[in-house]
Design a protein around this ligand. Structure first.
Ligand code: SF4
Length: 332
């Protein structure tokens, strides 16, 4: 029998060998594959390998996937086992789901070296995403060579690895006893989240683009102030609740509904899967509070014709929280 490749794609290790072993050992006949957009290209190759090497039928989930919060439960019902690629699991998951996390091959040494001139403190917290978390010890060593102590924060129910962050959870970096964080990872998405969630000084270094920079959360805060002000005139609000299991927050929605109604707003709970502008068009609402992924309000706001704000931002709008006490919306 041919040895299965353990690597799919050029820079990400996905342990296909582990997947094949599992399928063979359990004698599974029908397998599901789900991946975020950035990994979807790997799925046909993976499906072919699985069916050639195990004889199992493979079904690829065709719906968008945004995170481990977003398991395709419909596909899961149709298969013996669903492999979810590229994310670490969030807390407890069904025994029918296996997370193949995906590990970036790139070393972090250069990314840390580039960030060092931007760091101010001799103790910094380290943060990264699940794709790089297995290489955080490299970052610790490089910082140590430059006389900087690295602190790696703890896990929580939503974070599987020390030092890991998610776009909706920054527990690890809040817990470290330092006011400066070095984030190593792609893009600004998580780095701005760290700055907003912790109020700490954040330096971000991208191992792929080679860019390192100091994060300035002010432009985002100005946009959030604008969104809250825009929603301030609204009387009729939607409270968006996600059908995705890892984003569904009924308790928060209920709290926001009570808060709004106590303050003479009309509040309607809208339960939906994808939060897209056309889903809200015909509801006659003037603004929305999203209890789903916090990034919907923060990063996709320009797509919507009405202001979309987070639950803590609604508290500011109502006057229950001061703007000075702005709080990043996290899913705990
Ligand atoms: S809720 Fe949003 S940020 Fe959190 S895991 Fe899901 S997609 Fe990522």
């Amino acid at each position: 029998m041919a040895r299965a490749p353990s690597t799919i794609g050029s820079s990400l290790d996905l342990d296909l060998f582990q997947a094949l072993e599992l399928i063979r050992t359990k004698g599974l006949k029908r397998i599901g594959l789900q991946a975020p957009e950035g990994l979807k290209r790997a799925l046909p190759e993976m499906a072919r390998e699985i069916s050639q090497q195990t004889g199992a039928e493979v079904i690829i989930s065709g719906d968008p996937c945004f995170g481990a919060c977003d398991i395709d439960l419909a596909t899961c019902q149709e298969v013996d086992l669903l492999f979810h690629l590229g994310h670490a699991g969030l807390g407890e998951a069904s025994s029918k789901i296996v997370f193949l996390e995906g590990k970036m091959k790139e070393d972090l040494n250069e990314a840390v070296e580039r960030a060092i001139p931007l760091l101010k403190m001799k103790r910094v917290g380290l943060a990264t995403t699940v794709q790089h978390v297995h290489k955080l010890s490299q970052a610790v060593e490089v910082l140590k060579e430059h006389g900087i102590e690295a602190l790696i924060g703890p896990t929580c129910e939503r974070l599987r690895y020390p030092g890991q962050v998610l776009g909706c959870c920054y527990y690890s970096v809040k817990a470290v006893e330092t006011d400066e964080i070095l984030f190593i990872g792609t893009g600004q998405f998580h780095a701005i989240g760290i700055a907003l969630a912790t109020g700490k000084r954040v330096v971000a270094s991208d191992p792929f683009t080679g860019e390192a920079n100091l994060i300035d959360p002010d432009p985002m805060l100005r946009r959030r102030f604008g969104a809250i002000s825009g929603a301030g005139h609204a009387r009729r609000f939607a409270i968006l609740v996600s059908k995705k299991a890892g984003q569904r927050r009924w308790e928060v929605a209920k709290y926001i509904k009570d808060l709004g109604e106590t303050n003479e707003r009309e509040m309607f709970i809208i339960y939906l899967d994808e939060i897209e502008p056309d889903r809200l068009l015909n509801l006659g609402i003037e603004a929305a509070v999203s209890t789903a992924c916090p990034r919907v309000a923060l990063d996709d706001t320009a797509k919507f014709k009405i202001p979309i704000i987070t639950p803590p931002e609604f508290e500011i709008l109502i006057g229950k929280r001061r703007w000075e006490d702005y709080s990043f919306d996290e899913i705990i």
